[in-house]
Design a protein around this ligand. Structure first.
Ligand code: C2E
Ligand code: SIN
Ligand code: SIN
Ligand code: SIN
Ligand code: FE
Length: 391
């Protein structure tokens, strides 16, 4: 079927299409303007200079002309230019004072400033450049030369900016990747540690609970301002990561001992005790196979010293007091608390109160009294962690 479109409708359609094109062109113009036209501020007390400068520059740039440095700072509150052309001799604030203020203000310090001035002795130029101007143009100047210099400086500035952006992106990317790597490491290590510790009874949460107790206790120590010198240099991510390996030596203990339903014989207990030194050996092996394992230094301390006791009756070395690395002294509290409050193949679970009481009763025998003082304040937080991350 065919029918003629009425002329009136055609006209309307054309008009609408025209609007569309205008609109598109307008958007294009605006974006081109936004992209292409850089903003230049021209500061000169001489009206004739302002007019001439504006006529030279305005074909290529958005020009903001102003007759004093005070006005410059007024306008800077609203618009940040790509470049400032600054006269030196002006009533009120002169060009030297203006550039000093600009460079002292973080918001403005990066805006390139070119002095354009009749003060054209070498001494003036030296002084101007010394204050942070990127160039110095003497009046009268050849317009083409001024334009070329402006173009060069804007280009350098643009390159500087994109380099900075590139750098920022790179830093962001490295941070993200590092974080991902940490998460991956953490997942691998915690799963490995869980497998080692509970070979056939995979309950899975002793390691994460121990991390939470450790974190809580360290935060309390920081608040109580004890062992500040040591704690200050601890990177908590590294500490938590490495703490998970404290029982890695149990990989060398046979199933029959590890999962024995009852009390261990003395002989079995002696074998069990070797999980500390075995742990250090295992970690040293991992250490020897990678260059990227600074955290294993902490892991060795956790594994090697978490069964030492304050009074010297622990193992494997029988260290006492502050000779036990702080890592081991802190881990002992977290580790024993979790052993007490949990069900093990060889023991029933204690209540939170009983667990805390057993720990506190061992102050000075098993545990560091300074640490127990802080622990006492947060035993309810420990109980809450045990509940939240229950098996
Ligand atoms: P674990 O089960 O993770 O226990 C860690 C630490 O918590 C113990 O280190 C001990 O200091 C404390 N602890 C655990 N249960 C109790 C308890 O009922 N009362 C008190 N007061 N403290 C407790 P310890 O004794 O050096 O043992 C190291 C590891 O040896 C234990 O790790 C566990 O895997 C194993 N183990 C120790 N005793 C026995 C046992 O009688 N039977 C079995 N099957 N394993 C045992
Ligand atoms: C745990 O709760 O830490 C695990 C103990 C277990 O049941 O093997
Ligand atoms: C060890 O038990 O082998 C010593 C652990 C350590 O101090 O690093
Ligand atoms: C320990 O000191 O070995 C743990 C707590 C206790 O035995 O009372
Ligand atoms: Fe242990």
């Amino acid at each position: 079927m065919y029918f003629a479109i009425p002329a009136r409708v055609l006209r309307l359609l054309k008009k609408l299409l025209g609007y569309c094109n205008d609109f598109r062109a307008g958007v294009l113009m605006i974006t081109m303007q936004d992209k292409k036209k850089e903003k230049i501020m021209l500061v000169d007390d001489n009206k004739a200079n302002l007019t001439m400068g504006k006529s030279i520059l305005s074909e290529l740039y958005d020009v903001f002309a102003m007759s004093s440095a005070d006005k410059l700072f007024e306008i800077l509150k609203h618009v940040i230019p790509d470049l400032i052309l600054l006269d030196i001799d002006m009533p009120g604030m002169n060009g030297y004072e203006a550039i000093t203020l600009l460079k002292a203000d973080k918001q403005y310090a990066d805006i390139p400033v070119i002095f354009v001035t009749a003060k054209n002795s070498e001494l003036n130029e030296y002084e101007g450049l010394g204050l942070g101007a990127i160039d110095y143009v003497a009046k009268p100047f050849a317009p083409a030369l001024l334009l070329k210099r402006i173009e060069n400086h804007l280009l350098i500035q643009k390159q500087k900016k994109s380099l900075q952006e590139f750098n920022d992106n790179l830093i962001k990317m490295v941070k993200e990747k590092t974080h991902q790597l940490y998460d991956l490491q953490n997942a691998i290590i915690s799963n490995m540690a869980e497998f080692v510790e509970f070979r056939d009874v995979i309950t899975g949460r002793h390691i994460s609970r121990t991390q939470k107790y450790l974190k809580k206790l360290v935060e309390q120590l920081v608040e109580d301002e004890v062992y500040t010198d040591e704690l200050l240099i601890w990177d908590m991510n590294v500490i938590l990561l490495s703490s998970q390996l404290h029982d890695i030596g149990k990989i060398a203990i046979s199933d029959t001992i590890l999962n024995k339903a009852g009390k261990l014989t003395d002989e079995e207990l002696e074998i069990m005790k070797t999980h500390t030194s075995k742990g250090v050996e295992v970690i040293e092996k991992i250490e020897n196979s990678t260059d990227f394992a600074g955290f294993l230094e902490y892991a060795k301390l956790f594994a090697g010293t978490h069964h030492e006791k304050w009074n010297g009756s622990g193992y494997p070395q029988g260290l006492s007091g502050a000779n036990i690395p702080l890592e081991g002294r802190i881990m002992a509290i977290a580790d024993v608390y979790d052993a007490l409050i949990s069900t093990r193949p060889y023991k029933k679970s204690f209540t939170a109160d009983e667990s805390a009481r057993i720990i506190i009763n061992s102050t000075g025998t098993h545990f560091d009294p300074t640490l127990i003082k802080s622990f006492s304040k947060i035993k309810d937080d420990f109980a809450a962690i045990a509940v939240e991350y229950m098996d």
